[in-house]
Design a protein around this ligand. Structure first.
Ligand code: SF4
Length: 360
């Protein structure tokens, strides 16, 4: 079969046999995830925001803590941005938290605090696309709508032997068509959960075709080569220099206004001396960048015009700080306290930060 033929009919499967095999498999093998034990649209929406770009295992503790702190749309809508970002701290991609916060405000303002069960209305809320809107209505209201995310997309691309890259407009639409053609009218929520788990547990990066319950429906002759994707942009490496400034058992921090808008970071440094060595270096990914964070000890504010504030250790516990900066700060305090054992400033901060060090 040539590529054109596959593109023109990506979803021609024996739907009934496929659905039956998927759902039968799910009864025995489905994952017991906390957001599957509820039909509360708010809790499901929270889980969907958190699961974007984050692994299930990492999300679970955040999901529980978030629902304790903000149990309803109303409680989240009333929260300040700083509290919301602090609760999200460690999950990264903070625009998700800002969008979820804005969506909660819109649900309270426009829908009386109750999420509508119509995917188009949900999709009009901040930060919500086709997948998230459909996921919420199918998992909360059992609506017969398709979902396509990483797991189901990979699975569907192999089932239909899709040769077009799935990250093009045409490829994405072909996946949605395939998903729509297969979704059942009844028990769609369970079916969609089953499809997700089949993609996650069986049809993963290395497909386990020998134990796959739908192998008879599968058209991929070379599943390990699917899905196809466009060539990736090369990863850009960057170094970002920041300063560690402390005095009187307090640390100076700067309020970020770009990538981590609304969060507190170590103050930025425009220049460093050539011979100078940083007190801390670490690396972290950000979109298609690999960023090296280098921190230098300084005595004064590097850019007086930006918003900077002094914080005690206990205050630092309560403010939102991106994880790379919180880790860097903790290590800077340890390093300085260890190298100047008589420095009361650094030792005082270190003692106060100890609970945080133990918990990480
Ligand atoms: S047979 Fe293999 S490639 Fe096809 S759906 Fe199953 S695990 Fe995926």
């Amino acid at each position: 079969l040539n590529d054109a033929k596959h593109l023109s009919q990506p979803s021609v499967l024996d739907g009934a046999a496929f659905r039956s095999a998927v759902q039968h498999w799910y009864l025995k093998n489905g994952r017991d995830l906390p957001w599957r034990r509820t039909r509360d649209p708010y809790a499901i929406l929270v889980s969907e925001f958190m699961l974007q770009q984050t692994q299930v295992a990492a999300v679970v503790p955040y999901y529980h803590r978030w629902l304790q702190r903000f149990p309803t749309f109303a409680s989240l809508a009333l929260a300040g941005e700083s509290d919301v970002l602090h609760a999200w701290e460690g999950l990264g991609y903070y625009n998700r938290a800002r969008s979820l916060h804005a969506a909660a405000k819109a649900v309270v303002r426009d829908h009386g605090g109750i999420l509508p069960n119509d995917p188009d209305t949900i999709r009009a809320l901040p930060g919500i696309g086709r997948y998230t809107a459909n996921a919420v209505v199918t998992f909360a209201f059992d609506a017969a709508v398709p979902i396509v995310e990483a797991n189901t997309g990979r699975l569907l691309s192999r089932l239909t032997n899709m040769r077009e890259p799935i990250d093009t407009i045409g490829g994405r639409e072909a996946l949605w068509r395939a998903a729509r053609a297969l979704v059942p009218q009844k028990h769609a929520g369970t079916y969609n959960s089953a499809l997700t788990d089949l993609g996650a547990l069986i049809c993963g990066r290395v497909p386990k075709c020998n134990i796959c319950p739908v192998r008879r429906s599968c058209r991929a002759p070379d599943p390990q080569n699917l899905p196809r994707k466009r060539a990736r942009a090369t990863r850009v490496t960057l170094t970002e220099n920041h300063s560690f400034i402390y005095a009187d058992q307090r640390v100076l921090l700067e309020r970020a206004n770009d990538r981590w808008r609304g969060m507190w970071i170590l103050p930025r440094l425009k220049t460093t001396r050539q011979s100078e060595r940083p007190v801390h270096t670490s690396a972290f990914p950000f979109t298609h960048h690999r960023i090296t964070l280098a921190v230098y000890i300084r005595r004064s504010v590097p850019h007086p015009r930006v918003e900077c504030r002094w914080f005690t250790a206990s205050e630092i516990e309560t403010i939102p700080m991106p994880s790379p900066h919180r880790r860097a700060l903790t290590q800077c305090v340890e390093t300085v306290a260890a190298s100047h054992s008589t420095s009361r400033n650094a030792v005082g901060i270190r003692v106060a930060l100890r609970p945080r060090l133990r918990s990480e």
